[in-house]
Every structure is written in structure tokens, then in C-alpha cells.
Ligand binder design. Structure first.
Ligand code: G3P
Length: 225
């Protein structure tokens, strides 16, 4: 399973990249706004900065909701860097735009997926990725992980190459469940990635290893004296 980070925060992207486990980045207009990035020039410069850090796909979302607007934005976005994947919302014109862009060899990520039917349409249109939002489904008492499992089954039934990019991940258990049901990618907040590192027995074990090593070294030093 690929690990993407779901943020526009440069420090967090660098931290995940430096660990050597980062395969890509997803952003959205809310995440860009959270970093205070506004205005086309600044937004494009920020995408470029992100693309220069990671060796993988970077999703940049269009703001238009009509076909012509989305295509115009997509054509500008892909000129920023070869890592750019155009993120398009799951609406009728979005599906048309995905079809057009995929015919031109431009990678797309269909976002705001909440049902198998939506994902099927995006896959048929040739989306590179579909982004089902697990956490937001959980928030309304619908099992988000069930959607990931349904998409895995449907895509495998027909050999769709569209990758299932699990989004709206809220905690490390979501990441493990994504790996269990076969998501191709999990895009996660840094906190959820770092939480995977943690186990109390690891901390206790490491403390004991180091204490034993120190005690043995001190004993050897005493014998030498
Ligand atoms: O990238 C979009 C998605 O991950 C949103 O997550 O936490 O705002 O539901 P969240």
C-alpha cells in the first residue's frame, strides 16, 4: 500500500519524506487555505515547492465546477510539475473532465467519493485514482471502511486499473484497516502515520536493551581498571 500525506504543510511533508516512507501528497482547497496560501500565483508556487520535495504524485484540486473551467485549470496545473495529478470533484462535469483528461494522458484523482456508484463512474471515465472519504462517512454513522472493501471487489471484478486512494483518514487503525481490505493508497495526516510507530513494549524493550548494554560496558571498564 502506498502512503500519501494529506496536507499542504511543507514541514509535515518534509518530515514524512525524510522518514523514507512517502509515496505522494494530496491537497485540497481547505488544506491550502489552512496554510494561508491564497492567490493563483502563490498557490501554484506552493504546489511546485511540494512537488520538489516528494518523488511521487501530488494531487492539486481544481476550483471550477464546469467542464471548460476544469479543463483550463487542469492544463495550467499540469504545467507546474510532472508530479501533478489533477483532482476533480465527483460531479457530472467532473466525470466528463476525467474522461477528457485521461484521453490526453493526464493523471486524475476523483475526489469526494461517498458511494460505489460514484467510484464506478470515475473508474469508467479513466480516473487514475478515486478518493473515498472514510472519516466523513464514519462521522454520519456509515462504515467508511465498508466502502473501501466494496470498491476493491468491484474494481477487481472488472480489472479496473483505477487506484483506490483512501482519504479522510482520522487515526492509525484506519490505515491498518485500509491495508487489510486492499486500498492501493492511504492518504493520511502526519499524526496518524507517526502513531503507527508507537507501541509501549517497543519503548520498554529499547530501554532495557540500552540499560543492559550500559551496565555490561561499565562492568568491563571496571575489570580493565
Ligand atoms: O483530502 C481530502 C480528505 O482527506 C479530507 O479529510 O479529515 O477533512 O474529512 P477530512
Amino acid at each position: 500500500m502506498k502512503f500519501f500525506i494529506d496536507t499542504a504543510n511543507i514541514e509535515q511533508i518534509k518530515e514524512a519524506h525524510d522518514m523514507g516512507i512517502l509515496d505522494g501528497v494530496t491537497t485540497n482547497p481547505s488544506l491550502m487555505a489552512k496554510e494561508g496560501i491564497t492567490g493563483k500565483e502563490n498557490i501554484f508556487a506552493h504546489y511546485k515547492k511540494i512537488c520538489e520535495i516528494v518523488h511521487g504524485d501530488v494531487s492539486a484540486e481544481v476550483i471550477s465546477t464546469d467542464f471548460d473551467g476544469m479543463i483550463k485549470e487542469a492544463e495550467e496545473l499540469v504545467k507546474i510539475h510532472k508530479h501533478i495529478v489533477v483532482k476533480v470533484p465527483m460531479i457530472k462535469d467532473g466525470v466528463k473532465a476525467i474522461k477528457y483528461l485521461s484521453s490526453k494522458g493526464i493523471k486524475t484523482n476523483c475526489t469526494l467519493i461517498f458511494s460505489p456508484g460514484q467510484a464506478l463512474l470515475a473508474a469508467k471515465a479513466g480516473a487514475t485514482y478515486v478518493s473515498p472519504f472514510i472519516g466523513r462517512l464514519d462521522d454520519i454513522s456509515v462504515d467508511g471502511m465498508e466502502l473501501i472493501a466494496q470498491l476493491r471487489l468491484i474494481f477487481d471484478n472488472y480489472g479496473f486499473t483505477t487506484q483506490i486512494l483512501a482519504a479522510s483518514i482520522r487515526h492509525p487503525v484506519h490505515i491498518i484497516q485500509c491495508a487489510e481490505v486492499g486500498a492501493d493508497v492511504a492518504t493520511c495526516p502526519l499524526s496518524s502515520i507517526l502513531a503507527l510507530l508507537k507501541h509501549p513494549l517497543t519503548d520498554i524493550g529499547l530501554e532495557k536493551f540500552l540499560a543492559d548494554h550500559k551496565a555490561a560496558s561499565q562492568k568491563t571498564e571496571k575489570v580493565k581498571v
